[in-house]
Design a binder for this molecule. Structure first.
Ligand code: HEM
Length: 452
C-alpha cells in the first residue's frame, strides 16, 4: 500500500476512536478558572475519568495525561506528534528567542551550545562559589531568626544563579532581583496586559529585566575576556552557520536561564527544609550520613556517595515537583489509551499527577525516602519519576539543580538545624512554583552558637 493511503487509513481509524472523557466547559473560557484556582483540578478529574481526560483552558481544547506510559509516549514523539507550546502568558514573558520555545533544528543547535555550561567540568567549577554563598546565607539566617524563609531562599538561589551564570554578585539585591518576583507572578496568568493585571505588571517587568540583562551583556562585551560562565560561553559561541548570537537572543536566553535556574530550585529546597523539619527520624539519618563526610572536601564524587541524601532529595521532588508538567501542541492526530488525540489540540503531560498515582507509588501522599532505597527499590518504570521531564526537552539544568540541592542540604545539615514556628499555614500554593502559603516561618539554629 502506498504510504499516503496507508496514512489516510491510519488517520481514518484514529478519527473513529472516541475523544477522551471530560467536559469542555463554557465556550472559549472552558474550565480556565477552575484550572487556575483549584489545586486539585486535575486530581478530581483523574479520579472520575482515569489517566486521560479532556478539558478546555484559555480557549484551547486540552488533553491532560498522567502516568509512565503516557510520559514515555510524549517524550519519545517530540516533533513527531507533539511540539512544545507554553500558554500565551508564558510565551510572551519568556520571549520568542528563548530555548524553552525554540523548536526543531534551531532548538537542537542552541541546546547543544547552552549545554556546555552544565557539563561535569563546568559543574565541578561551581562547587566553591555555591558552598561559599550557602554558608554566608546560613550564618545570616541564624542571626535573623525567627524568619520567613521562602523569600530568603529565593534570594539565595538567585544569588547562586547570578554568580554562576552571569558573574554577578548578590544579584537578589540588584534591580534584577526586584523585577523577577513580579515577572514570575504573571507566567501562568490570563494574558490581558493592563496596568493592574498580573500579566500587565509582569510584562512591564520583562522589559525592565531585559534592560538589566542588556547592560550586563554590553559590559561583558567591552571586557578584555568574555569569562567562563554561561554568559561568557554564549558571547563567544557561533552557530552552525558560523554566526554569533544576536543581543536580542542573548537577552532571552539569559532571562530563561536565570529564571529556570532559581525559581524551581527555591521550591525544591524549601520543600526539603519543610519535610526535614517534619520528619525527625529522616533528619537524624541525614545528619549521621554527613558525619562520615566532615573531613572530606565537597566534590562531585563525594556528593555522589551521599546516597541517603540522594534518596531524600528524590522523594522531595516526587512529592512536591517544582514543575507540574509540560504543555505540548498536537502536530498530528494519534491515539493514546484507546482515545483519539486530535491534531491542533493542546496536551499537558503531568508530573505531579504521575508522581501521585497510587498504581505506581504505595501511599503516594506520604513522605517516604525509603521508596528510593536502591537496595529495596523494585524496578519502577523509568518515566514514573520525571521531575525534570524527559526526552529531547528534558531539563537542561538538571545536574546544576541536583548539585545545588545537595550542597545546600549537606552544608546546612552539618552545622545547623531548623524548626517550624507555630501557627502558620503550610498549605501549598502552586503558582508559580509550589510553596507554603505563609512562606515557611522558621527558627534556624547553629549547633555551635552560644545560647547566651
Ligand atoms: C529542581 C529544579 C528544577 C526542576 C524541577 C526543573 C524542571 C524542568 C522541567 C520539568 C523541564 C521540562 C519542561 C517541558 O517538558 O517542557 C525543564 C526544562 C528546562 N530547564 Fe529545568 N528544572 C529545574 C532547574 C533548572 C535549572 C537550575 C536550570 C538552569 C540553570 C534549568 C533550565 C531549564 C531549561 C533551559 C529548560 C528548557 C529545556 C528545553 O526546552 O530544551 N532548570 N526543567
Amino acid at each position: 500500500m502506498p504510504p499516503a493511503q496507508h496514512y489516510e487509513a491510519e488517520s481514518r481509524s484514529i478519527a473513529d476512536l472516541p475523544l477522551p472523557p471530560g467536559g469542555l466547559g463554557w465556550p472559549w473560557l472552558g474550565e480556565t478558572l477552575g484550572f487556575f484556582r483549584d489545586r486539585d483540578f486535575a486530581l478530581k478529574r483523574h479520579q472520575r475519568y482515569g489517566s486521560v481526560f479532556k478539558t478546555r483552558i484559555l480557549g484551547q481544547p486540552t488533553i491532560f495525561v498522567r502516568g509512565a506510559e503516557a510520559n514515555q509516549f510524549v517524550f519519545s514523539n517530540e516533533n513527531e506528534y507533539f511540539q512544545v507550546s507554553w500558554p500565551p502568558s508564558t510565551q510572551a514573558l519568556l520571549g520568542p528567542l528563548s530555548l524553552a520555545l525554540q523548536r526543531g533544528e534551531e532548538h537542537r543547535n542552541r541546546r547543544k551550545l547552552l549545554a556546555q555550561a552544565f557539563m561535569p567540568r563546568a559543574l565541578a567549577g561551581y562547587i566553591e562559589a555555591m558552598s561559599a554563598i550557602t554558608l554566608d546565607y546560613a550564618q545570616r539566617w541564624v542571626t535573623q531568626s525567627p524568619l520567613t524563609w521562602y523569600p530568603e531562599l529565593r534570594n539565595y538561589t538567585l544569588d547562586v544563579a547570578c554568580k554562576l551564570l552571569v558573574g554577578l554578585d548578590s544579584g537578589s539585591q540588584t534591580r534584577l532581583g526586584h523585577f523577577f518576583e513580579t515577572w514570575c507572578q504573571g507566567l501562568f496568568s490570563v494574558p490581558v496586559a493592563l496596568p493592574w493585571t498580573a500579566f500587565g505588571r509582569a510584562k512591564r517587568c520583562r522589559s525592565l529585566l531585559l534592560d538589566e540583562i542588556e547592560a550586563l551583556i554590553l559590559s561583558r562585551q567591552a571586557a578584555p575576556e568574555p569569562g567562563q560562565d554561561a554568559l561568557g560561553l554564549l558571547l563567544t559561541a557561533v552557530d552552525d552557520q558560523g554566526d554569533r548570537l544576536t543581543v536580542a537572543e542573548l537577552k532571552d536566553q539569559i532571562l530563561l536561564l536565570l529564571f529556570a535556574g532559581h525559581e524551581t530550585l527555591t521550591s525544591a529546597i524549601a520543600s526539603f527544609c519543610l519535610q526535614v523539619a517534619q520528619h525527625s527520624e529522616v533528619r537524624s539519618r541525614l545528619q549521621q550520613e554527613q558525619q562520615q563526610w566532615l573531613d572530606h572536601p565537597l566534590t562531585l564524587d563525594t556528593l555522589k556517595q551521599m546516597t541517603y541524601l540522594d534518596q531524600v532529595l528524590k522523594e522531595v521532588l516526587r512529592l512536591v515537583p517544582p514543575v507540574g508538567g509540560g504543555f505540548r501542541t498536537v502536530l498530528k492526530s494519534c491515539q493514546l489509551d484507546g482515545y483519539q488525540i486530535p491534531q491542533g489540540w493542546s496536551l499537558l503531560y503531568q508530573i505531579g499527577a504521575t508522581h501521585a498515582d497510587a498504581q505506581t507509588y504505595d501511599t503516594p501522599a506520604q513522605f517516604n525516602p525509603e521508596r528510593f532505597d536502591p537496595e529495596a527499590a523494585t524496578a519502577a518504570h523509568k518515566f514514573a519519576f520525571v521531575p525534570f521531564g524527559g526526552g529531547i526537552r528534558e531539563c537542561l539544568g538538571k545536574e546544576f539543580a541536583r548539585l545545588e540541592m545537595k550542597i545546600f542540604a549537606a552544608l546546612l545539615l552539618r552545622t545547623y538545624t531548623w524548626e517550624l514556628l507555630p501557627n502558620q499555614d503550610l498549605t501549598l500554593v502552586t503558582i508559580p512554583t509550589p510553596h507554603p502559603r505563609d512562606n515557611l516561618r522558621v527558627r534556624v539554629i547553629s549547633f555551635y552558637s552560644n545560647p547566651n
